[in-house]
Design a protein around this ligand. Structure first.
Ligand code: BG6
Length: 479
């Protein structure tokens, strides 16, 4: 067992390092959560030295002024920079030497975090391998963290998996999806499988519809237009973050909390997601749209058809979920930022109060508020006090902040700690990523030729998306 881990960020001059990764490492360091010494090493092409890199971290860390000054100084003192061109193999030999020197010749566990353009994933890993940096000798480990997007479709993801797995073992490869590091997302398994109330109802017999939304108020800020235009809402959010929520909400109980047991169950449910090609009318199950003005954004093609909004009606063809629609939606420039999962229950079997012939807003739902205002709401109906029988909606609410009154760690904090300790439960396995692409590709194929609706910024997207709900199935949540 090594007594030091080097976290080496490739692409350290990018904004992920200063905004997310360095603050996450610092927070864990400040709270004393690391099992041993952790050294941060930034790697990029910019002509910086240690001092220059530290200055960047100080200037761009969102909360640098709130850090405990002595701890922040100690953290920065163990932060280094090695200038490297990721496409030059000789630079990696020099990097290997620098890394050895930085840990004073001690055998170090190494985490290589690829915060770089996807085109550089493979050459960088090949170069790390060429310089002997991925060898796992003398009980020390070497792990590689890959940011999304992992491929752009099933074929490219398979190719990337195939090539990376020629060099790395699956247990060295950490495909990150930061949604899995969110506390509320981790809570999904606890909520479902620790509480006897809900699980018996969590199936097609009682659940009528599941609605999942990732709504964002942001657009193409930070010069993201170029990247986003080649990606779109399906590849940017639906294929990864949103499908991970689907997997956790719909999977069977794993036999244990071992990473393999959890990932096996997730992959089964992703595999059961019905391809759009198997729907009788695929285009009736999707609505794509663009916010007005998108094609004038810097970096975006003026004739772009890239979707900034996508809504779909999906199905999971298995025993638990047969016939239950999963309505999935994500979009940019919507009126509020929220991610939530709403499990909508069927009406009771017999009508005592009012007529069920008419459409009736379904009274029973569990809403899992993933962010912000993390919490859980149970909705039901009660009798209003007074003469006569007037039925009114009511709600029971659980609120994380109110209940626990403590800081919620950022997703990256948890995920980086897991990489350092070697726990892969919250990372995506190769077969999972491929199943997500299989379904996302079928959606993209079905979408070809479908209208590209327009929506004004700061509205809930095109009205056509309401048509994804059946007549009495309800409507999209608005925050
Ligand atoms: C990223 C996407 O993966 O997730 C962004 O590339 C998106 O487009 C972001 O804004 C959303 O993350 P969060 O944690 O703010 O919901």
């Amino acid at each position: 067992m090594s007594d030091i881990t080097q976290v080496i960020i490739l692409g350290a001059s990018g904004d992920l390092t200063a905004r997310k990764l360095a603050p996450a490492l610092f927070a864990a360091f400040q709270d004393g959560l690391f099992p041993h010494e952790v050294q941060l090493v930034g790697v990029a092409r910019r002509p910086w030295d240690d001092a220059g890199f530290r200055e960047q971290l100080i200037a761009n860390s969102p909360k640098a002024k709130d850090h405990q000054p002595d701890k922040w100084q100690a953290f920065l003192a163990n932060t280094h920079y090695v200038r490297t061109n990721l496409e030059t193999p000789a630079d990696f030999a020099a990097l290997a030497k620098s890394l050895d020197m930085l840990c004073g010749g001690r055998p170090a566990d190494r985490v290589f975090y690829l915060a770089i353009k996807p085109e550089l994933f493979l050459p960088s890993v090949q170069n790390l391998h060429g310089a002997g940096l991925l060898a796992q000798e003398d009980g020390r480990s070497s792990r590689v963290v890959v940011e999304k997007p992992f491929g752009t479709d099933l074929t490219s993801a398979r190719y990337l998996n195939g090539e990376l797995l020629k060099i790395l073992k699956e247990n060295q490869l950490y495909r990150i999806d930061h949604y899995l590091g969110k506390e509320t997302v981790q809570n999904l398994l606890v909520f479902r499988f620790r509480n006897a109330f809900f699980e018996p109802l969590w199936n097609q017999k009682y659940v009528e519809l599941v609605q999942i939304t990732v709504a964002e108020t942001v657009g193409m800020e930070g010069g993201r237009g170029g990247y986003y235009d080649g990606s779109g809402a399906i590849r940017d959010i639906l294929q990864n973050h949103l499908l991970q929520l689907v997997a956790l909400v719909a999977m069977e109980a794993p036999s244990s909390l071992a990473p393999k047991a959890i990932r096996d169950e997730k992959v089964k449910v992703l595999h059961a997601l019905r391809s759009f090609a198997d729907l009788p009318d695929p285009q009736a199950n999707l609505v794509r749209a663009q916010y007005e003005g998108y094609t004038q954004e810097p970096g975006v093609s003026p004739t772009s058809e890239t979707e900034t909004y996508i809504a779909t009606r999906a199905y999971i063809d298995n025993w638990r979920w047969g016939g239950v629609p999963f309505l999935l939606r994500t979009g940019k420039h919507l009126p509020s930022r929220f991610t939530s999962i709403r499990i909508q229950f069927r009406m009771p079997p017999h009508t005592l109060f009012g007529s069920y012939q008419e459409c009736h807003l379904r009274p029973n739902a569990i809403t899992l508020r993933i962010q912000p205002d993390d919490g859980i709401d149970l909705s039901f109906e009660v009798k209003e006090p007074g003469q006569g029988l007037v039925i009114k909606p009511a709600k029971m609410t659980f609120d994380y902040a109110e209940q626990f009154k403590k800081r919620t760690p950022d997703a990256y904090e948890r995920l980086l700690q897991d990489v350092i300790t070697g726990d892969q439960s919250l990372f995506i396995r190769s077969d999972e990523v491929e199943e997500c692409w299989r379904w996302a590709d079928s959606l993209r194929e079905a979408m070809a030729g479908a209208p590209v609706h327009q929506y004004p910024k700061n509205t809930w997207g095109p009205q056509a998306a309401d048509g994804l709900f059946g007549e009495c199935e309800g409507r999209w949540l608005k925050g």
